[in-house]
Design a protein around this ligand. Structure first.
Ligand code: CA
Ligand code: CA
Length: 717
């Protein structure tokens, strides 16, 4: 009885969906809205305008006074598209466009539309004036590689792909692809089944994603997708409420999607491990001329440093998507990357709240049909939907041209200028109206050092003959050039900047780092020991900060100290000394060296001299130590003298280490002693000579003083 009721319910639902589908198909016609037989043209040379108009057998409807535009009536029989083509070829035409019909932005009649904040943010209503998508057989097929789709969902069913080669439910593999009854897609999970029903009872992840791409629009029910009409294929490889899956099944899913003609594969999943096979699958997507759209991931990482797959796969046919919030910020969870994440799109903030993304689900046995969920998983289908809508209008575009148009038409929102390549958040209306311009997807390496080097620039619409590629407006030498790849030279001493091709698009940022090499002039000695280091720096831009870490992992700036540094270590040990330099672009690099300080051995000593000269290896300290070892320690009075000195000297040495002026004084005091030891006879002779001179000088000065002293007394009187 229960089974019968279930069957009845399903049958009833199919009937509702079928009726729904046919009525919607009638209502939705993707068209471009413009007035036939008319154009608006801007000529370069206004004086030649009337000549141009006559030559094209057109007539002038209006010449605008306040801007240099001509409203033109085309000759009978000439279509707007043909006229546009010929006008755009005319060298005197700056631009020509149809006389578009303007009306208030189209809003669908779905009951929950007012809760779908993400759609006005991406200017979807204005875009729907151009197209609302299509479910024609020729239109773009989107595969959702996910937990499957609840294909009975009343707001999705009409927009699902149905395998044309399969007779649904006859228990046979009609199309001979090895999968029985793969009607809406397929299910891969170690096994291969035809039923991709979404079994994610926690989130209905795949169903939610699919609704964002293409929940049926304007059907007076629930929500609308970015596309009101679409063709969505369910490719299930994630299973259960945890949404877990295997790499091998993801690969099978990609293969199935491509084999059945999918042009866009929505990949709202992430895996931390790099895998060559997933890269090979991405290559297959590229070779099929399809697009994959990948989630940047939900752990708040910078993908310039960390990796998440498939988002981190460097392919011109892959779009990595970060999430944007209700207030156009970067949500805390969203991964990002100035050099690695292509674009942001609405993903919302908190699952279950109004600031997350409302979409279709099948929860609580189908009693909950809509719910809000947040994540980069939700950002991806906004871009997928946009790509499908755009590609349906311009089917002759290549996959990479579709990607370029989407990246070039973003809203440049502050939160994304430093966190994405395109510098902004998806704008669907602008994407539909954008043009093919030179667009860079990737530059590698995107980080070089001051010495420069070769970079590979990948993108599209570069042109087939070498033209201009610049870094910060300065032209770069080119090694090779084609429409999608350029090899160029970054000269020595360059600075951080934006690489641009033909002066178009937002370009791609590269970082030029200074280099630093820390070398010790004195690196080892007996405690207390003063180590000296030199930082050798090479940079195209000024260095504005030197910071030193003496081995405690704390970097400090020392006033007046730049590339030369010395530090005294009181205790024995191996110290990892680091220097960190910051250039005027804010780039930082570090270098390290080790200072080895040993405990004074019983035969060590000479504490004061070591402290004064910074190291027991200093030649003058060596002379003193030699004298001690050979002349003092060899006899009893000498040994007694050394013992007495060693009782006295460590505290004094400690004090000397702390104050530079004491070190200078100590060195002055020690010098005559060293000379006496080194050159005893000469020093003695010099000393006697100096004493004689000094006494002569003093005796003369005594006389002179008594003479001169008499003078003031005289004058005062
Ligand atoms: Ca089959
Ligand atoms: Ca709806």
């Amino acid at each position: 009885m229960k089974q019968f009721a279930k069957l009845l319910l399903i049958l009833l639902m199919i009937c509702v969906i079928a009726t729904e589908a046919s009525s919607i198909a009638d209502r939705i016609t993707p068209v471009l809205h413009y007035k036939p037989g008319e154009l608006i043209v801007r000529f370069k040379d206004q004086a030649l305008a009337s000549k141009n108009i006559t030559a094209s057998k057109s007539s002038l409807l209006k010449k605008f006074k306040h801007f240099p535009l001509h409203h033109i009536k085309l000759p009978l029989g000439l279509t707007v598209q043909d006229a546009l083509a010929s006008y755009r070829k005319d060298p005197n035409v700056l631009y020509a466009e149809p006389n578009y019909i303007v009306r208030k932005a189209q809003v669908p009649g779905d009951t929950e539309f007012s809760r779908q904040w993400s759609l006005p943010i991406i200017s979807a209503p204005a875009a729907w004036d151009v197209s609302v998508g299509s479910r024609e057989k020729s239109s773009v097929l989107v595969a959702v590689l996910d937990t499957g789709i609840a294909y009975y969902h009343p707001d999705l069913a009409a927009n699902l792909w149905i395998n044309p080669g399969e007779i649904c439910g006859d228990g046979l593999d009609n199309d001979g692809n090895g999968i029985i009854d793969d009607c809406y897609g397929a299910n891969f999970g170690g096994f291969t089944l035809g039923d991709p029903w979404d079994d994610d009872t926690a989130d209905s992840h795949g169903t939610h994603v699919s609704g964002i791409i293409g929940a049926v629009g304007n059907n007076e029910l629930g929500i609308t997708g970015v596309n009101w009409a679409a063709r969505i294929m369910a490719v299930k490889f994630l299973h259960g409420p945890e949404g877990m899956g295997e790499l091998a099944d993801a690969l099978r899913g990609v293969e199935y999607a491509l084999a059945n003609g999918a042009k866009i594969i929505n990949m709202s999943f992430e895996v931390d491990e790099d895998s060559q096979s997933l890269r090979d699958a991405a290559r297959a997507v590229e070779n099929a001329g399809a697009l994959m759209i990948s989630a940047a991931g939900n752990t708040g990482k910078n993908l310039d440093i960390y990796r998440v797959y498939p988002a981190s796969i460097k392919s011109s046919n892959n779009i990595a998507v970060a999430a944007s919030s209700f207030t156009d910020g970067l949500p805390y969870y969203s991964d990002y990357g100035r050099h690695t994440v292509d674009i942001a799109a609405p993903g919302g903030s908190t699952t279950g709240s109004a600031n997350a993304i409302l979409s279709t689900v099948w929860l609580n046995s189908g009693t909950t049909l809509y719910r809000t969920t947040a994540g980069t998983s939700m950002a991806v289908p906004h871009v997928t939907g946009a790509a499908a809508l755009l590609w349906n209008i311009y089917p002759s575009l290549t996959a990479v041209q579709v990607k370029a148009r989407i990246l070039n038409s973003v809203d440049r929102v502050p939160a994304f200028t430093e966190t994405t390549i395109s510098g902004g958040r998806l704008n669907l209306e602008k994407a539909l109206k954008s043009q093919d311009i030179s667009t860079i997807f990737d530059v590698y390496p995107f980080q070089l050092n001051w010495n420069g080097g070769t970079v590979t620039v990948k993108g599209v619409n570069f042109g087939i003959t070498p033209s201009s590629i610049t870094l910060g407006g300065i032209r770069l030498p080119v090694s090779s050039w084609n429409d999608t790849e350029i090899s160029a030279q970054i000269p020595q001493n360059s600075s951080n900047g934006i690489i641009q091709v033909n002066g178009q698009g937002s370009g791609f940022p590269i970082t030029v780092l200074p280099t630093v090499k820390l070398t010790p002039s004195t690196a080892s000695g007996t405690a207390p020991f003063t180590a000296e280091f030199n930082a050798e720096v090479l940079s195209g831009v000024p260095i504005i900060k030197y910071e030193w870490d003496t081995g405690d992992n704390v970097f400090k700036e020392y006033q007046g100290i730049t590339s030369n540094f010395s530090h005294t270590f009181d205790a024995a040990g191996a110290y990892n000394v680091n220097v960190r330099i910051t250039d005027s672009n804010g780039n930082t690099v570090t270098s390290s060296a080790t200072a080895t300080v040993s405990t004074p051995s019983s035969g060590g000593g000479c504490f004061i001299a070591t402290a004064a000269y910074g190291s027991y290896l200093h030649p003058k300290v060596q002379i003193l130590r030699n004298f001690r070892d050979k002349s003092l320690l060899t006899n009893r009075p000498g040994r007694a003298c050394v013992r007495f000195y060693y009782q006295l000297s460590p505290p004094v040495a400690h004090l000397i280490v702390k104050y530079e002026f004491l070190r200078v004084i100590s060195r002055w005091a020690i010098t005559p002693l060293v000379l006496l030891i080194q050159y005893p006879f000469m020093t003695l002779a010099l000393f006697i000579l100096f004493s004689i001179c000094w006494s002569v000088f003093l005796s003369q000065r005594t006389n002179a003083c008594s003479d001169s002293a008499a003078i003031p007394y005289d004058s005062n009187n």
